[in-house]
Design a protein around this ligand. Sequence first.
Ligand code: ADP
Length: 168
Amino acid sequence: MTFDRIELIQSDITILTVDAIVNAANTSLLGGGGVDGAIHRAAGPELLEYCRKLDGCPTGEAKLTPGFNLPAKFIIHTVGPVWRGGQFDEDKLLASCYNRSLEIAASNEIQSVAFPAISTGVYGFPPARACKIAVRTIKNFLTANLLPKKVVLVCFDKKTCDLYRAIL
Ligand code: ADP
């Protein structure tokens, strides 16, 4: 059952002991606010050094780095769309973030991966709409793939947790 492979928790994503955590990064991959800032602080300055060589990342795509000082072995950096009203492929680009991150996880034999609610902070994506896209995309991927074995949906706030719980 694919449902057993999705877990929901309210936590700071940087403290999780999973194979990989996903970062809601920006196209520069050079750090920012929100979850991105928290991940860079927790991983340490070596992460920024490593990211400088990656030449950024387009919206809807993802790139892998080591986790450095994090408990997680890897970080999958993905760039969510900025919400601009919904007519600029935002839904498709957000789904692509989840798909590309999961593809990278599977091809690197990553067993467990934790996602923040991509684009729902500073990028302004309507949270309920984003959570539905996240769950649908993850379920479809898990149905078709054996890896990752487990996906953790990480909510920073109770409101996001309640949204996910209603959808799951
Ligand atoms: P974006 O720019 O993609 O909107 P944000 O970092 O602003 O990214 O927010 C994305 C989501 O991550 C929001 O739901 C925010 O509450 C959450 N978030 C912020 N910090 C953390 C953290 N340390 N761990 C998990 N989630 C976090």
